[in-house]
Design a protein around this ligand. Structure first.
Ligand code: AMP
Ligand code: ZN
Length: 114
């Protein structure tokens, strides 16, 4: 999508610190980390958020899960654990409208998610 920040990152038009890439997914370090490890995982296909996913996107959804697991192992935080967050829409304060999953790791998090 022409005016999408994360599409531009995937295309290499805007720089990012790449952490992982496969045929379906791209992952990079968040520019404003909220934990010692803060990685954004996106599908290469532009979808605004989970509400835009259809049956056609089932493989992408599965690939994202596998990418997250691969990243956790490769980056060395699989054993200690991590949190995955997806913001969808206004109340969740989604700011970039290309579906993405925040991986947070590298320290103890609160019992509550928010
Ligand atoms: P959300 O609020 O869920 O839409 O999250 C968007 C995330 O994208 C935020 O955590 C931002 O810090 C992050 N972000 C915005 N611009 C960039 C960028 N150029 N490179 C890496 N992360 C970014
Ligand atoms: Zn996009």
């Amino acid at each position: 999508m022409a005016d999408c920040l994360f599409c531009k990152i995937i295309a290499g038009e805007i720089p990012s610190t790449k952490v992982y890439e496969d045929e379906y997914c791209y992952a990079f370090k968040d520019i404003a980390p909220q934990m010692p490890v803060h990685i954004i995982v996106v599908p290469k296909k532009h979808l605004a958020n989970v509400l835009e996913c259809t049956e056609e996107d089932i493989e992408i959804a599965g690939r994202i899960q596998l990418a997250i697991a691969n990243i956790a192992r490769e980056q060395g935080f699989a054993e200690n654990g991590f949190r995955v967050i997806n913001n969808c829409g206004r109340d969740a304060m989604q700011t970039v409208h290309h579906i993405h999953y925040h991986i947070l790791a590298g320290g103890m998090m609160g019992e509550k998610i928010v």
